[in-house]
Design a protein around this ligand. Sequence first.
Ligand SMILES: [Zn+2]
Ligand SMILES: [Zn+2]
Ligand SMILES: [Zn+2]
Length: 194
Amino acid sequence: MTGNTGLITERCNAFGAERGGEQLLGGVYSDKYVGKYHWYCKEPAIGRYTMVCTGGDYGFRVQADGGLIKAYHCDGGHKGTPQPLCKIHVQHFTVGPPKAGYTRDLKTPVGQIGGTVANELCPACAYPPEARSLQERADYLQQQMSRIMVSPFLNNQAEFKRLEQAQDTVRARLDELNQTGRVHKCPLILREVS
Ligand SMILES: [Zn+2]
Ligand SMILES: [Zn+2]
Ligand SMILES: [Zn+2]
């Protein structure tokens, strides 16, 4: 084999696509979410694809007349890093996860949010910056409270109460973000990029 045909045969990078691309995730998923096993697809890529957030309407808020209306409209458009994909994986990501339900023996739930296929939800929508910093704050407060609980030397009721109240405030705000649809689960669709 000599010469350059000008065609670059890329390997499928379904693994990268599953992660949604570092840019889209914005560091939300550290390696602990990726799982222990790095797997690779040996098929040649048929093109480059990216996951695009579809947008949608989420949450409810009470109107002046007491009626409920959709609270949050998401324009979508969040994009992952383009990845070369093979035919099989293009199909896999296009079809997406099975509809929520159960396997034939009715024992295992399938196709639900939180499954293993990345195109179920847009991470940028599910973890907006405010929710992320609130979650970090909640984790920190929880840690402080645990420390007081396990140590006889730190048996400080007043401090515990203060932490507990701070935690309630953080959780209330997180609940609000969920209820108003600011935190929501937008589906992702696969688009070919040139
Ligand atoms: Zn969204
Ligand atoms: Zn593949
Ligand atoms: Zn999104």
